[in-house]
Design a protein around this ligand. Sequence first.
Ligand code: GLN
Length: 486
Amino acid sequence: MSDRTVAALSRSLALGKVSSVELTRDYLDRIARHNSVYNAYITVTEELALAQAAEADARRARGEHGPLTGVPIAHKDIFCTRDVLTTCASKMLGNFVSPYDATVVERLNAAGTVTLGKTNMDEFAMGSSNETSFFGAVRNPWDTERVPGGSSGGSAAAVAADLCAIATGTDTGGSIRQPAAFCGVTGFKPSYGRISRWGMIAFASSLDQAGPICKSAEDAALMMNVIAGPDPKDSTSVDAPVPDYTATLNDSLKGLRIGVPRQHLAEGLGKEVEQALQDALKVFESLGATVKEIDLPNNHLSVSAYYVVAPAEASANLSRFDGVRYGYRCENPVNLEDMYMRSRGEGFGAEVKRRILVGTYALSAGYYDAYYLKAQRIRRLIKQDFDKAFAEVDVILGPTTPHTAFKIGEKNDDPVTMYLEDIYTIGVNLAGLPGISIPAGLSSTSGKPLPIGIQLVGSDFGEARLLNVAHQFQQHTDWHLQRPEV
Ligand code: GLN
């Protein structure tokens, strides 16, 4: 099977060239052969997958199917899955079996997807390299010495290595887009509120957003059609009409106004990434788009603001993991305080503890105004910069990351250089906007070819236009079809 996009798999399933059970066995087989190298999965749900596949085949036979029926999927281990281990890649939840499904999972199940398992990630989604996982680092399928990005690194690596057809991810500051860029796949973070957060373990609630990681913008549109839309269980999900995201994929780009942020072309951007961006702009111009430089004057403050807001929210969200209700509890506590201290001390990894400390500090009396309030003000300025830009342009195009995938261990000693990995993605979360990373080149300077991603950012709830623009790019380039040698 050479083309493993959902669009192609769905056609084969519809024509009866392959059954979902056969397809599922093929993926399970690939997982059995390759996962020991990539470590992309924490849990493989073979029995569940085969049962869902049989059910999907029966549904197809009855004519009760949609495009995703029978398509094998992997879920980031941050999504609660009923009767299946849900760890968030933490020792803290190392034995947690969820009693219910996240809304995203529930909707995909209802559409007939086949759950292959739960993917590895940075612990509680805190990281940019997938190295903070309690279950060990994930390896990038393009070069196993390198990171796949994070925090949805397992999902991105699994899609890139054909260990699933599509995957779910979450993005708080770049965790869908950055690993998609590092692994040469398409990663889409919708507007805040577009998709329900019910059953998605909370990191920073005002920033977290679920989204698809897949092989093409078309596949992302197919998945969005299933997962987008309001949910009575999440009061922050927005009650706005959900369009058919596939209906506008082929709209013309004539007259599309693309803005390129001056600040993204400045110091710090790798040469090859910049070249890929320039080449992409030429493709868009040939399709009838116009390009102009725009300003995002406060973008350089986004990482600092994020690293106050996100840890502050995380420190509150993670207070529920106390060794009492569920999750890890230390052995033989001598008293209540000892139980709290040791359960949290032993259950959380170093990066999670760092965030809890920073967040608790920023929220404490006396520091609240100096840090938290200031960060919220910067957040407002960043949003205003985007609003101003979108008065002049339809989409914003820039790099997803400054460089291609780095080596495992390379950035571990210095959290700040790791945090700067998200300099182009974090502002988008602070502003609540949709953003998509698509493959736009291959770097050739490090021995093995490494994917380069570019990011398109849309205005509030402008998902359909973004997917249209990304799809048109993919109709006229073949970067998204490049695969690593597995
Ligand atoms: N890398 C960022 C962080 O560590 C973003 C993570 C995310 O989007 N979940 O917080």
